[in-house]
Design a binder for this molecule. Sequence first.
Ligand SMILES: NC(=O)c1ccc[n+]([C@@H]2O[C@H](COP(=O)([O-])OP(=O)(O)OC[C@H]3O[C@@H](n4cnc5c(N)ncnc54)[C@H](O)[C@@H]3O)[C@@H](O)[C@H]2O)c1
Length: 299
Amino acid sequence: MRVLVFGGSGFLGSHVADALSEAGHMVTVFDIKPSPYLRNDQIMVTGDVLDMNLVEDVIKNHEIVYHFAGIADIDECATRPIDTVKFNILGTVQILDACQRYKIKRFIFASSAYVFSNSGFFYCSSKKACESLIEDYHNVYGLCYTILRYGSLYGERADKRNSIYKLIKQALSEGKITYYGTGDELREYIHVCDAAQGSILILKPEYENQNIVLTGSEKMRYKDLLEMIREMLDNRIEIQIKPSERRAHYRVTPYNFSPKLGKKLINNPHIDMGQGLLNCMAEIYGQLHKEKKVEVCAY
Ligand SMILES: NC(=O)c1ccc[n+]([C@@H]2O[C@H](COP(=O)([O-])OP(=O)(O)OC[C@H]3O[C@@H](n4cnc5c(N)ncnc54)[C@H](O)[C@@H]3O)[C@@H](O)[C@H]2O)c1
C-alpha cells in the first residue's frame, strides 16, 4: 500500500517507516527535517504539518497515514503550551481533515500511555484532545483510525530527550548516574523495534477503529533498571538517587483517568530488555568514541 508517515524522520517514526518498507509498502516520509535514516526505496517530503496546502497535496496520493509529528517531549511541552496546541493539536486536525476529504483508508495516531494519567500536563492534554478529535472525525465523517498508546520507548536512534538514553550516556561518559526521583517509579518499557512491529501489525482489519496499548511487557522500577545498567557495566559506575521537584511524570501507574478503553498488544517474540539495553550502550559508546568501531546487533 502507499503509506505516508508524518514525523518519519524522528525516533519512533523512522523505525515504523523502516518496518513498513520491509513489509513491502511504498513509504513517503513527511517531516520538518530531512530524515537521516531515509532508505533508497522511500520518498522524503520536507515540510510543516501546519502547511495545509502541502499536507493536502501529499495526502491525496496515499492510502494509509501514520502521524508521529509534533512536540514529543513532556518537559518541552510544559514550557511551550501554545506551540504544543499549534503543532500537536492543530497539526493533527489539519491532517485529519485532509484524510477525510481524500478518503484515506486508515489514519494511525501516536498517542501515549499518558492519556490514562493526570500527569504530563500539556503533552497529556494534547494527546487527549487528539484522541477525542480522531473519534469525532470517525463519528462525523466515517474516517477509519487506529490510536496507538505507546509506553516508554527505548532503543537505537533515541536522543537526549529519552530517559534510558540519558542514563546510559551519563554512565558511559561520567562513570555515574544521577537519578532524580525516589527510584520506586515504575515504567513499562518497549523496545522501539517491537513498537514498530506492533505499529504495522495493526494494519489488519480487526484493529480498525480501535485504541491499542503498546507498552510492552517489561515493567520495571527505576531502582532495578539502574542496578541492571550498573551490573552490565561491571559495577563500575556510581548511582545517586536524589529527590525530584518535577511533577510532570507519573510515579507508579499512568492509570488514573480513563478515556476510551484500549486493548493491549504484545509482540511475541519480542526483544529482551537486557539485550536491548546492551545494544543502546553499544550505540551510545560508539557516539562517544567515534574512533572505535562498535557493533550494534541486528534484531
Ligand atoms: N518516544 C516515546 O517514548 C514515545 C512514547 C509515547 C508516545 N510517543 C509519541 O510518538 C510520536 C513520535 O515520538 P518520537 O519519540 O519519535 O519523537 P521525535 O521528536 O523523535 O519525532 C517527532 C518528529 O516530528 C517532526 N516534527 C515536529 N514538528 C513538526 C512539524 N510542525 N511538521 C512536520 N514534522 C514535525 C520532528 O522533526 C521529528 O522528526 C510523538 O507523537 C510522541 O508523543 C513517543
